[in-house]
Write a protein that binds this ligand. Structure first.
Ligand code: AMP
Ligand code: ZN
Length: 114
């Protein structure tokens, strides 16, 4: 996708603070962090949201969750806990239409979320 900001980050056309990268996924710190740890984890294929995901992408999405756990460990919030958030569609407040998992932690997170 030419105009997708996260595809541009994947192609290194826009800078990002990369935390983890492999052939399928990329993780980078959120530019407007909502917690001491706020990292976004995305697939390198352009997929707008969970709504567009197919069953064939189950392994890829599962891999992102497992990587979220590893990043939580790297960031030192493994013991204190964290939240993984996947906003989907207007009511969730999803702004960027390239599926992304938020990893949040490093402070007590309120529940229910706003
Ligand atoms: P969402 O509201 O779920 O679509 O989340 C989009 C997230 O992307 C927000 O938390 C933004 O702060 C973050 N974001 C937008 N542009 C960038 C960027 N260039 N680098 C890092 N994070 C970004
Ligand atoms: Zn994209």
């Amino acid at each position: 996708m030419n105009d997708c900001i996260f595809c541009k980050i994947i192609k290194k056309e826009i800078p990002a603070s990369v935390v983890y990268e492999d052939e399928e996924i990329l993780a980078f710190d959120d530019i407007r962090p909502q917690a001491p740890v706020h990292t976004l984890i995305i697939p390198k294929i352009h997929l707008a949201s969970l709504k567009e995901a197919s069953p064939e992408q189950a392994a890829l999405l599962g891999k992102i969750l497992i990587q979220a756990r590893e990043i939580a460990r790297l960031k030192g919030i493994d013991a204190t806990g964290y939240r993984v958030v996947l906003n989907t569609g207007p009511d969730s407040g999803q702004e960027v239409l390239h599926i992304h998992f938020h990893l949040l932690g490093g402070r007590r997170l309120g529940w229910p979320p706003g």
